[in-house]
Design a protein around this ligand. Structure first.
Ligand SMILES: CC(C)(COP(=O)(O)OP(=O)(O)OC[C@H]1O[C@@H](n2cnc3c(N)ncnc32)[C@H](O)[C@@H]1OP(=O)(O)O)[C@@H](O)C(=O)NCCC(=O)NCCS
Length: 177
């Protein structure tokens, strides 16, 4: 468990998160701003996700994908890393989402700050963390900037989604040494 503030903490996903996943991930704004979350998000997608993250508990490096939880409301989001160059690699990438009712309260800024700090504490070989954001998502670029990420580049047609090539803004933070 990773505390964020008095109300919010990060913890492993739980089997009974299924209903909240289906409720919150069927969101056109969320779908428009992410690459890997399917739409419509079905019960089968939720089952597959919960099975995948349950398997992480026994993985050598432990959990990469955390649920964002509110003491009163339970599951409200997710944040994870992709293990781009493996657990002992020097580069990784993060992705995250927050349920619509909880946006605009500074929650994800605090979560990204704490989660990236935690990644650097846990993984001594890690020196660089990336986030690749659609240019149409200024809120995400802003939270990354507030968490210490810098905009490093504009990648044209870097993503392929529904047969369309989409641009990406490369945001990154590196370990101070
Ligand atoms: C993007 C997302 C994670 C932001 O989470 P959040 O908790 O609402 O963000 P915060 O409240 O911590 O901060 C949002 C910041 O963006 C700013 N912002 C919001 N909309 C903006 C806009 N249209 N233009 C510029 N800045 C904007 C806010 O003012 C705030 O900055 P400030 O504190 O300096 O005023 C959330 O909206 C979300 O999950 N969206 C859908 C999924 C997604 O986009 N995932 C990220 C993929 S890269």
């Amino acid at each position: 468990m990773l505390p964020i503030n008095e109300q919010i903490f990060l913890a492993p996903f739980q089997p009974d998160d299924k209903a909240a996943l289906i409720q919150y991930l069927n969101d056109p704004v969320l779908y428009a701003n992410t690459l890997k979350i399917p739409s419509p998000y079905t019960a089968l997608h939720a089952d597959e996700w919960l099975q995948f993250v349950a398997g992480e508990k026994d993985a050598p490096g432990g959990i990469c994908n955390w649920s964002i939880r509110h003491r009163e409301h339970g599951l409200i989001g997710g944040i994870g890393c992709f293990l781009k160059t493996g657990l002992n690699g020097h580069v990784d990438e993060i992705g995250y989402w927050l349920a619509q009712p909880f946006r605009g309260q500074g929650i994800m800024t605090a979560v990204v700050q704490r989660f990236t700090q935690w990644m650097l504490e846990q993984r001594p070989a890690l020196v660089r963390i990336e986030a690749n954001v659609f240019p149409t998502n200024p809120a995400s670029i802003r939270i990354l900037e507030k968490a210490g990420f810098q905009q490093e580049g504009y990648h044209r047609k870097v993503h392929l989604k529904e047969g369309k090539y989409l641009d990406g803004v490369m945001m990154a933070i590196s370990r101070e040494s």
